[in-house]
Design a protein around this ligand. Structure first.
Ligand SMILES: O=C(CO)COP(=O)(O)O
Ligand SMILES: O=C[C@H](O)COP(=O)(O)O
Ligand SMILES: [Zn+2]
Ligand SMILES: [Zn+2]
Length: 322
């Protein structure tokens, strides 16, 4: 059942985080649904702009609607990941999305406020919630001075002002992570000090952590042993997901790790079966391996085992709305 993102956040806040997993194709969708049912977890499906144009946005919508029928037990929200203004309006009008992200964080503060406020107005008219972003992810692995590095992190006072002025429903904060497989160097890690300050300014307000893949070393080693070349990569310690959730992070975005599972499965499969050319062979292994990965992540996020309680909460809050 597709539910509003807001009701999932209400249930999770301060206790656990929802895994927000990106999908591009049906194999990822099958692995994701299987893993979430097996671990009895509510979840969020994310669709990026790139995923919408990889085949056709209608193809992904049809895959998700079919998965909803195949897995009637599933409880999830559908979310636009890193939207621009036009894509956000398109998703809001479609009636399919539970929530959209407007990522105007690369604009100056005042412009970010204006753009986000316009999207919030359009979304709220249709009962859809909005994730916005403040601060700048990425760059932490580059050789920048401490001061410059700090300047990229979300400022807690600005976060407070931004949320009040835009009316957004959740906020993606820059707390040291970045997208992709190369997040940290040396002893760098999530900036829990900054996260705690943001939560103090915005108590009870849902925060979002992007760039949360853990880039498992074992996965990287297997890819490299099967002909890949992913060197010096480093991700987030997945044992830090739950401590982040306790500080108000309701949604933890994981995409890169799923791509690594796909790469490992396919590289190993074709290395070990050089005469094969049937896509269903590695496809089946990928779906099973991705489901296993999803189970492990939901356990670390604390969302595993929350399905029935989250469903009860969703049904009672939807009944109130009606
Ligand atoms: O933030 C993300 C999607 O919005 C994904 O982050 P990763 O690159 O760490 O998987
Ligand atoms: O944050 C980015 C996500 O990992 C989505 O990536 P993408 O834009 O390549 O689909
Ligand atoms: Zn951004
Ligand atoms: Zn992101």
């Amino acid at each position: 059942m597709i539910v509003p993102t807001k009701v999932l956040f209400e249930h999770a806040y301060g206790k656990y985080a929802l895994g927000a997993y990106n999908i591009n194709n049906l194999e990822q969708a099958m692995g994701l649904f299987r893993g979430c049912i097996e671990s009895q977890a509510p979840f969020i499906i994310q669709i990026s702009k790139g995923a919408r144009s990889y085949t056709d946005k209608r193809m992904l919508e049809a895959i998700i609607r079919a998965a909803d029928e195949i897995f009637p037990e599933a409880l999830f929200a559908v979310h636009l990941d890193h939207g621009d203004e036009q894509t956000a309006y398109d998703c809001i009008e479609s009636g399919f999305y539970s929530s959209v992200m407007i990522d105007a964080s690369h604009h100056p503060f005042e412009e970010n406020v204006e753009i986000t406020r316009r999207v919030v107005e359009a979304a709220h008219r249709r009962g859809i919630s909005v994730e916005a972003e403040l601060g700048m992810l990425g760059g932490v692995e580059e050789d920048v001075k401490v001061d410059e590095k700090n300047a990229c992190l979300t400022d807690p006072d600005e976060a407070y002002e931004f949320v009040k002025r835009t009316g957004c429903d959740s906020l993606a904060c820059a707390i040291g992570t970045s997208h992709g497989a190369y997040k940290f160097s040396g002893s760098q890690t999530i900036r829990f000090d900054r996260l705690a300050e943001i939560q103090k300014r915005l108590p009870g307000f849902p925060l979002v952590m992007h760039g949360s893949s853990s880039v498992p070393q074992e996965e990287v080693d297997r890819i490299n042993a099967a002909g890949g070349c992913i060197k010096g990569s480093k991700g987030v310690d997945p044992n830090q997901y739950l401590p982040a959730a306790k500080l108000g992070v309701c949604k933890i975005n994981i995409d890169t790790d799923g791509r690594l599972v796909w790469t490992r499965v396919h590289r190993e499969y074709f290395r070990d079966h050089p005469a094969e050319f049937d896509l269903r062979g590695p496809g089946k292994i990928f779906m099973a391996e991705y489901a296993k990965f999803i189970v492990s992540r939901n356990q670390l996020l604390g969302s595993a085992g929350q399905l029935e309680a989250a469903r009860d909460h969703a049904l009672s809050s939807l009944a109130v709305v009606r």
